[in-house]
Each structure stands twice: as structure tokens, then as C-alpha cells.
Design a protein around this ligand. Structure first.
Ligand code: CO
Length: 291
């Protein structure tokens, strides 16, 4: 009985949160005289609490472009389907562009909220190019690149990471950032950034969930340096499924477990980098160039 009450009570809370988070849709900003619009594109997340990172992105973008309407699109079909079941429809990039065309936008700046220029980013570019060749009244569409899109971004991202390390971390403790990783050549951006970071602080590492380097490689390096304590931070825009499970989960193959098994105590921090303005600024700068 009690449990049922709590279940329905938490459902009400979730519903209220969803209603609150989707309220901006009720007052959709129409294209102004300039006809300009912004489309923010992310993979998406099914974690409600992780969406605070998206709120932070939107806040920063609106502050930089107060006159320009902002729309969102999620590239992940699985996440879009799940959101729709919850009564929260989110467009795909193509659906969003079609909708913006119907709403009368004449110019759209599409901002990739990806970390590296991997498959996801290139798929977005393909979608945009295809849309441009179809009959529509949007005259120009420009794309803002992902977070790590050149030497300047590397510099800014490294600085942002140094500012995002918890204050409680001691110098002899390692900081292991966990990127998504990919078998796309753009995976090299993680190693490039790690090299750049290690010139400032030799105890900072970047590993990946699905690319190189994986947990074994990082553990080997930590052992070599006789480091037995490490902070684990997601190097992903949101602390979603990968951060919760692959990084900090209880399963034997999570980064936390692999490190613990090697005698390295791991302290996970569940905060996506998009919750920090210093990272969001990099995307906002790309957006300025794309407009
Ligand atoms: Co993934």
C-alpha cells in the first residue's frame, strides 16, 4: 500500500517535472524579421536529471542570441521513441528542419552538440546537405562544429577541464576523464587533448567507453606511476547511461570496478561537461561563426 502510494506519488512528481521542462514549447518563439533560427542537435538522453545539462546549454545560447528562436533535435531514435512514450516529443534533425521551414525560418544555424567530429556529427552534416537539396524555403543553413573542432578548441577544452576538476582532488591523485570513444578516425581528438592536458598536469588521463584507450590501458599507466587513487569524471556532455553504468556502475566491467580490482580507489563524479559554462562557450563560439 505504502509502496503503491510512493509509486504514484513519484509518477506525479515526474509528470510535474516533465510538464515544467516542456513548458517553453507552449510559448514557441516565432521567427523574427531576420528569419534566423538556431537548431541545437544532440544525441539525447533518457535520464531526466541529465537534462539539466541541456537546460544549461539553452540558457547560454539564449543569452548569446536573445532575438533568435532556439529549437532542439535528438539524433537517437531510441531516445526519441522513449521520450514520445512519456508524452515529450522531440524532433530528429530532419523533422526539426522541416518544421522550421514550415514555420517560416529563412536561415538556420545548426549547432552540433557533439564532442568530436565522429560518425554522429558527419551524419548530421549529411542530413543537412540532403535537406538543402530538397525543395524548401530556408535559404541558408550553416553548421557549427562539435566541441573539439580545431587547435583553438583543444586549448579552450583543456582549460575548461582544468577548471572542472573537483577542488578536493589532491595532486597525487589521478583524474580520469571518460569520453565516449568511437572507431571513427576522430577518436584521435581524445589522445590529442590528453597530451595537451598532461603538459599541465601529468596525472590527467582521458579514456573512452567505446574507443582507444580503454580501461586496461589507463589502469596500466596508473599502475606504472604507482597511482592508487583516481577521480572519475565523464567527458561527455551529459552524465547519462554511459556515466552512470559504464563509468560508475556496479558491474564488474565498469571503470570504477576495473580500477578497484587493480587496487585503485575510484571516486566517480556524475556531472556532464555541458553543465559547465566554459565548455558550452566553445559551442556558442562555433554558433557565432555559423550564423
Ligand atoms: Co554510446
Amino acid at each position: 500500500m505504502k509502496l503503491r502510494f510512493f509509486k504514484s506519488f513519484s509518477l506525479v512528481i515526474i509528470f510535474m517535472l516533465l510538464a515544467a521542462s516542456s513548458s517553453p514549447a507552449a510559448e514557441i518563439q516565432k521567427p523574427g524579421n531576420s528569419g534566423k533560427g538556431i537548431l541545437l542537435v544532440t544525441f539525447g538522453t533518457t535520464f531526466d536529471e541529465a537534462r539539466s545539462a541541456f537546460d544549461n546549454i539553452e540558457e547560454n545560447v539564449r543569452e548569446a542570441f536573445p532575438e533568435t528562436p532556439v529549437r532542439w533535435a535528438y539524433t537517437s531514435e531510441i531516445i526519441r521513441k522513449k521520450m514520445e512514450k512519456q508524452g515529450n516529443r522531440v524532433n530528429s534533425p530532419l523533422q526539426a528542419l522541416k518544421e522550421m521551414d514550415e514555420q517560416g525560418f529563412s536561415s538556420v544555424a545548426v549547432q552540433s552538440l557533439h564532442t568530436i567530429a565522429g560518425f554522429e556529427y558527419h551524419d548530421l552534416v549529411k542530413t543537412v546537405r540532403k535537406f538543402e537539396n530538397e525543395a524548401n524555403s530556408i535559404k541558408d543553413i550553416n553548421i557549427g562544429g562539435p566541441l573539439l573542432n580545431g587547435p583553438e578548441d583543444m586549448e579552450k577544452a583543456a582549460e575548461a577541464i582544468l577548471g572542472f576538476i573537483p577542488d578536493e582532488r589532491k595532486k597525487d591523485e589521478a583524474v580520469v576523464l571518460l569520453g565516449h570513444g568511437t572507431h571513427h578516425p576522430a577518436n584521435s581528438a581524445y589522445a590529442a587533448l590528453m597530451w595537451r592536458l598532461q603538459t599541465e598536469d601529468e596525472n590527467i588521463y582521458i579514456g573512452t567507453v567505446e574507443g582507444y584507450p580503454g580501461s586496461e590501458t589507463i589502469v596500466e599507466q596508473l599502475k606504472e606511476k604507482q597511482t592508487y587513487s583516481a577521480w572519475l569524471l565523464p567527458f561527455m556532455s551529459v552524465a547519462g547511461d554511459h556515466a552512470k553504468n559504464d563509468m560508475a556502475g556496479k558491474e564488474s566491467d565498469s571503470w570504477k570496478s576495473v580500477l578497484s580490482d587493480a587496487g585503485i580507489s575510484a571516486k566517480p563524479v556524475l556531472k556532464g561537461f555541458a553543465e559547465h559554462d566554459a565548455f558550452v562557450d566553445i559551442w556558442v563560439e562555433h554558433l557565432k561563426k555559423a550564423r
